[in-house]
Design a protein around this ligand. Structure first.
Ligand code: ADP
Length: 547
């Protein structure tokens, strides 16, 4: 049996966020019991497909993967499996149509989802622009930005007493007449604290930027061109806001839709809060991440172990789709139709350190591609095997797969690289595919500050091993372009998107941010998010010295 090996920070996170509590708020389980609870509930789905399935054996395999911190599902799964809420997915997208019924229905649905720890994304692109007339009241609307504030206020209220503050993504197409208000709204730092914002750009817009041309603003209700803007100037405004506050990011919507597995059913217009999961309205997705530091043995990658973990993870996540209890009926229907799952990674930077490879190197790019290609290949095989026993996902015949000669697929998408913001703390791993933020770090969790030393760095120090700065590289030391190269390497073999924050040094210029946005457009990425050091007063992470 594997013994859990938690860092001190992981123990804090467990107590604050994950371990089950009774109605008096007292912790009522140990970490071992948590993993056993999650493994048991998720393995239980096997019985739905095979009456003779040995649920106990599957549960033991799941439990071993969780306890050894080799694979972890997203936070809601750890928090809610076998608990009263029972909602296990991290990502949802809800529709926002241009009428009050739709707006307030999704406002209510998002509140119900936030209560379970899920995050929500919305495209506000269908809403008529500010100043437009409302019938029959003969008044005027405040436009998308005013309605985003409404969703933000509701999130704030719902989350006042929760350990996991709510998270939303607001998307607006670059052609919306209110795009300038959207791009600049967060420069007022009091606004939209619970929203990440992304501008959805298309290939035509990027072509206009490059050619120095204007592009059309289109009224979403009438389809009429109401104005033209300089594409280069708008991109400069976006870069200025992102330089100032980190928002907005960009979604490359044409690229996202070229990878849409069910274009006949609908176009992808929005993602979950951190941008890694494009979804149709009412779809949800459960994410899970393999801890890459656990597949390094004797300074080499253990490919067999990786493959077997991927099979286990796909089985696990497909079971989650089955046992998930949704607070909103439509999300259950839509999520079961495409059965999207998102398997990704954490601990990539740790893996590089263990292998002695600098993050900023072609070797790291090649390794990133090899690892993700292996995960994608194994996940396709695993989903095909599941489909042979359980059937294809219900919308299979409306998907792109039959035309590609694919016979069996249990899930419309398989891979997503999530930020792993909290589960990586639990695993004691570097988050997602990010370089290590700092080897000695001050971290704000809620209102508390924690000092933390990177586990591998601490071990090397204790053992008196040399700390080679080329290998122990921090996020700020990696040039921005290399962040994008690693992101692109993972994106190449990822069905959904790769969540990545390009951490920028404080002294970078707005113009450099603008250039980075353009570079990203040419690198086949699905999105880009930047964050300049110290640009927000309540930054979650800061480098510090523990000596
Ligand atoms: P975790 O490590 O907690 O599993 P991630 O940092 O990987 O989560 O984020 C994955 C997704 O989970 C996000 O894109 C978002 O959809 C959702 N999410 C993350 N943080 C929150 C939050 N505070 N509230 C609601 N949803 C969240």
């Amino acid at each position: 049996m594997t013994i859990c090996n938690f860092t001190p920070l992981a123990r804090e996170v467990l107590e604050k966020r994950y371990l089950a509590r009774n109605y008096r708020g007292e912790i009522i389980e140990t970490p071992d019991e948590l993993f056993s609870r999650v493994a048991g509930v998720v393995a239980g789905a096997d019985r739905l497909f095979d009456a003779g399935a040995s649920v106990r054996k599957t549960a033991a395999r799941f439990e071993e993967a969780l306890t050894s911190l080799s694979f972890l599902p997203n936070s809601p799964c750890l928090m809610n499996a076998g608990r009263p809420l029972g909602q296990l997915a991290a990502c949802f997208v809800l529709p926002v149509e241009d009428n009050l019924e739709s707006i307030f229905q999704s406002l209510k649905d998002s509140a119900l989802i936030h209560r379970t720890g899920g995050g929500t994304g919305f495209s506000f692109g269908r809403l008529r622009p500010s100043g437009d007339t409302i019938f029959p009241a003969s008044g005027v609307t405040g436009g998308p930005v005013s309605f985003i504030q409404l969703f933000d206020a509701a999130t704030h209220l719902i989350d006042r007493n929760r350990v996991r503050p709510g998270a939303n993504m607001g998307v607006l197409p670059v052609s919306h007449p209110d795009i300038r208000d959207f791009v600049t709204v967060k420069r007022d730092r009091r606004l939209l604290g619970n929203f990440n914002l992304s501008v959805a750009v298309d290939d035509g817009f990027i072509a206009c930027v490059k050619a120095g041309r204007d592009y059309p603003l289109i009224h979403p209700r009438t389809g009429a061109v109401v104005d033209r803007l300089s594409a280069a100037e708008l991109l400069a405004e976006m870069a200025r806001s992102a330089w100032e506050t980190g928002d907005p990011g960009i979604l490359f919507l044409d690229r996202i839709n070229r990878a849409n597995p069910t274009p006949v059913i609908g176009r992808l217009e929005a993602t979950n809060p951190c941008g890694e999961q494009p979804l149709l309205p009412y779809e949800s997705c459960t994410l899970g991440s393999i801890n890459l530091s656990r597949i390094v043995n004797d300074e080499a990658v253990d490919c067999e172990k990786l493959e077997s973990l991927v099979h286990l993870a796909v089985h696990f996540l497909d079971n989650v789709v089955e046992v998930n209890r949704h607070p909103v009926t439509q999300t259950e229907e839509w999520s079961r139709m495409n059965r999207k799952i998102g398997l990704g990674v954490m601990g990539f930077a740790d893996m590089l350190i263990l292998l002695g490879i600098p993050y900023q190197s072609e070797r790291a790019v090649v390794l990133a591609e090899e690892i993700m290609a292996c995960i994608q290949r194994s996940a396709v095989a695993a989903s095909g095997e599941l489909a042979a026993r359980r059937g294809n996902f219900p919308a299979f015949h409306q998907s792109v797969f039959p035309a590609r000669g694919v016979k069996r697929r249990r899930n419309a998408t398989l891979t997503t690289v999530a930020p792993t913001g909290t589960i990586s703390l639990l695993a004691g791993a570097s988050s997602s595919v990010e370089p290590v933020f700092a080897f000695e770090v001050q971290r704000r969790i809620g209102n508390e500050i924690f000092m933390d030393e990177h586990p591998i760095y601490a071990r090397y120090r204790q053992e008196g091993r040399p700390i080679d700065p080329g290998i122990f590289q921090t996020a700020w030391e990696v040039p921005p372009h290399w962040h994008l190269k690693i992101q692109a390497a993972f994106q190449k073999y990822t069905d959904n998107a790769v969540s990545k924050t390009v951490n920028l040094p404080e002294h970078i210029t707005e113009e450099q941010v603008r250039e980075l946005f353009l570079q990203a457009a040419d690198m086949n990425l699905k999105g880009i998010t930047v964050y300049r050091d110290k640009s927000l007063p309540d930054q979650i992470l800061s480098a510090c010295s523990l000596k």
